[in-house]
Design a protein around this ligand. Sequence first.
Ligand SMILES: [Zn+2]
Length: 506
Amino acid sequence: MTIRWLSAVAPRLTQFPRTTLAARATLLPRTTQLPSRDRKGAVFSPSARLLTLLTFLLTAPLLPAEPVDWLLTAAHVVTVDAQHRIIANGAVAIKGERIVAVGPRADLEKRYTPNQRLDRPDAIIAPGLINTHTHAPMSLFRGIADDLRLQDWLEKFIFPAEAKNVSAEFCRAGARLAVLEMLLSGTTTYTDMYYFEEAIAEETKAAGMRAVLGQTVIGFPVADAKTPADALKRTEAFLRKFRGDALITPAVAPHALYTNSEETLKACRTLANRFHAPLIIHLSETRRENEETRAKRGKSPTQALEALGVFDGRTLAAHGVWLDDADLAILKRRNVGIAHCPSSNMKLSSGVAPVTKMLAMGINVGLGPDGPAGSNNDFNMFEEMDLAAKLAKVSTGDPQAVPARAALDMATVLGARALGLEHEIGSIEPGKRADLIYVRTNQPHAWPMYSAESHLVYALKASDVSDVFVNGRQLVRNRVVLTLQSEQVRAAADKYQRNILSTLPR
Ligand SMILES: [Zn+2]
């Protein structure tokens, strides 16, 4: 390929006009400019000088194109870099696990010889979407009970159903289903909080997906731990097993302030810091949680966690609906990331998180679908972007609140920052992990397209995602997940549904 290109270009170079040759000669580095003597002191003849010049001119632009593993091209590359560059007729070059270049297709085709390529002239390439809060295995409870308040939903359905059904095998099957759905809807990294996270980690890794996985610590007996002390022990083994993994970031996940003792919360922070791991926690999701905490402690949940030292390290707090200005100041000072879950907050009638204020303060706000069981009921990050933008507008009366670009940032680069992974993921830039998605624009709901950013948030659907790359590896090709057997995943979901139905109170 390279040789053919060389032979095609070489004759054209010899036809450069004289002025171009002269101009180029002045650009030569000093050491290569027409040396008049070689090392032994012999004087070059004029014809030798000309030969040297011609050799340089012929070889300089013909340096062999660099081999890369992938060259991806599309109508637009939405980089979500610091300048929010959108490259028309763009391309991305991937070598191994990382992006080596992004730019106009014509440039990258000259500079790189790809081993494989994917050209979709009717698509957008965007960074893989980052889900900052979910409970993946709960996919097997999808739609088990809807239209209830959070406490009723948890206490009457979820906690009893979990007590009778959740096992390591259940979590494996649920994680496979979740990963299948997430990959097909353009998510490349997800953040989990559940039980048996080591099983979830193994399934996620086997499917090639990236995840930040929080092993739950909670103050009552659950499927994988009888006591918080057991849960902490299990969490430590999990952190030990997956630390340094290229795809899995293990995390400590005390469920919430109201479900754990002060001692357990402090122990969670200490454990997380020992392993330089993030801590994931639910925070101020409902008004009731805030009122009860104030009645009991005379403080807001944020103030209580701050006083306990829970924010003394990398922290991601989910929801943050009922936060006042004093809470926001603490979260900003502690660089706590927030997982905003608009679908869940709307469906459970939890309230509206002060996202506009958080963004204005520079708090890193990511997006999450939360639970697939009754608080959403899917993992669709395109919906979360759309709803984050619209919920902010309807709650502030300001159509400029959370514009499309901000919603896209939350699903990508801000989510990465909330997780502390911004140096690795969240945008399409050289040096970052090659986590990216193709979103097709070949359906009527995409016509015409004036702005790729606006379309990603307001017009395109999760089902428009055609191809997905994680860590430089193609995981979805033309809407087929290459690393999971969807029929087997479905059969397992059906089997668990029968089991779960038989255990529900009549
Ligand atoms: Zn949650």
